[in-house]
Design a protein around this ligand. Structure first.
Ligand SMILES: NC(=O)C1=CN([C@@H]2O[C@H](COP(=O)(O)OP(=O)(O)OC[C@H]3O[C@@H](n4cnc5c(N)ncnc54)[C@H](O)[C@@H]3O)[C@@H](O)[C@H]2O)C=CC1
Ligand SMILES: CC(C)CC(=O)C(=O)O
Length: 366
């Protein structure tokens, strides 16, 4: 990858590479755009096949956060971190504290939270070094683990997409195929099960699958079978790029609505599923519940206020569908248009993010 060329093409502001020999920290903080406010986005810890793959993931995820935060109406820009390593084996206290110092060094331009491979306990360690972290333990006046709230947002967004595809937003009797039953999807399955949906699940982690089978009567399938199962709704809730040339011909679902970031491998795949008549709930619109919840910490966390805003994901998915019909474009492009228009409007009134008292996480107890 030619980093500067890539940054220039997609308008990235900053990429910070962090290395701490003692703890083994190797992290990439990507800040895409701070027009709307400080860049807020989670920290993913994952074993990447190459450094290039880690850079690509950080960059793509950071840009996704710019669009997610803009589309959700938050006064936040987009950024994301990836830490290279195995979250089951390579974590230690010094690593997250060293990472916290790097975040502190950015002086509020970037605020972190959980993502795949990181937990509330990791965020608490980061908080030892910086206030620019959300999703820490509720004892600090924080919102805690964002995953259940992300799941609730995906659930209400899925209902809005179902209304478009099936004429009703009831999910009772619908079959939902869920790819990955981790932190978000387990909670999503709970909502779906409670409403009377049938579940088909897969995961590379056998214990996660067994839990969904035991708790929700889900049917388990192999990881490569999930695309082709007979279902009404496909919910990608693992990693990105799963809507691609190989998988699209297998998909029988009428709706794609899930938590995973960057579900479309390329935008052309969004065009293809639209041509097939599939209602696609754009990933960054439907999975904004977690960031809406943690962002509420900037105002002194209020769960009722945050949850009310998360419920707005239903309306936001409807709005995207309306724009898609009005302008004759696929839903992914409609979501991009909605986000870009908001950023553009704000760009006219101010450019780069400047620190002000509302962006400092001073409302919590230490
Ligand atoms: N946690 C949150 O609040 C948010 C998460 N997301 C996105 O949602 C997705 C899921 O996030 P979490 O539930 O937090 O992560 P998680 O790590 O708890 O769950 C992901 C699950 O996917 C499984 N998985 C990985 N590769 C797989 C494959 N090829 N096939 C089947 N299963 C596979 C993993 O074993 C794991 O159980 C990620 O893409 C994340 O970026 C988006 C917004 C917020
Ligand atoms: C987990 C969220 C709090 C933020 C994030 O990184 C995301 O929405 O992908």
């Amino acid at each position: 990858m030619e980093l500067f060329k890539y940054m220039e093409t997609y308008d990235y502001e900053q990429v910070v590479v962090c290395q701490d020999k003692q703890s083994g920290l190797k992290a990439i903080i990507a800040i895409h755009d701070t027009t709307l406010g400080p860049a807020l986005g989670g920290t993913r810890m994952w074993t990447y096949d190459s450094e290039e793959a880690a850079f690509e993931d950080a960059l793509r995820l950071a840009k996704g956060m710019t669009y997610k935060n803009a589309a959700a109406g938050l006064n936040l820009g987009g950024g994301k971190t990836v830490i290279i390593g195995d979250p089951r084996k390579d974590k230690n206290e010094e690593m997250f504290r060293a990472f916290g110092r790097y975040i502190q060094g950015l002086n509020g331009r970037y605020i972190t939270a959980e993502d795949v491979g990181t937990t509330v306990a990791d965020m608490d360690l980061i908080h030892e070094e910086t206030d620019y972290v959300t999703g820490i333990s509720p004892a600090f006046g924080s919102s805690g683990n964002p995953s259940p709230v992300t799941a609730y947002g995906v659930y209400v967004g899925m209902k809005a997409a179902a209304k478009e595809a099936f004429g009703t937003d009831s999910l009772e009797g619908k079959t939902v195929a869920v790819q990955g039953v981790g932190n978000v999807a387990y909670n999503l399955c709970k909502h779906l099960h409670e409403e009377g949906a049938s579940l088909i699940v897969t995961d590379i982690n056998k214990e996660a699958v067994q839990r969904a089978v035991d708790d929700f009567g889900a049917k388990a399938v192999n990881t490569d079978e999930i695309y082709s199962v007979d279902c009404d709704i496909f919910a990608p809730c693992a990693l990105g790029a799963v809507i691609n040339d190989d998988t699209i011909p297998q998909i029988k679902a009428k709706v794609i609505a899930g938590a995973a970031n960057n579900q479309l491998k390329e935008t052309t795949h969004g065009d293809q599923i639209a041509e097939m008549g599939i209602v696609y709930a754009p990933d960054y619109v439907i999975n904004a519940g977690g960031v809406i919840n943690v962002a509420d910490e900037l105002y002194g966390y209020n769960r009722d206020r945050a949850m009310k805003r998360v419920e707005g994901i239903y309306d936001n998915i409807q709005k995207v569908i309306e724009i898609s019909k009005r302008d004759g474009i696929p839903t992914y492009a409609a979501a991009d248009r909605m986000a870009e228009e908001r950023i553009e409007r704000m760009k006219n009134s101010r450019s780069q993010f400047l620190m002000n008292p509302h962006n400092i996480l001073t409302h919590r107890n230490r």
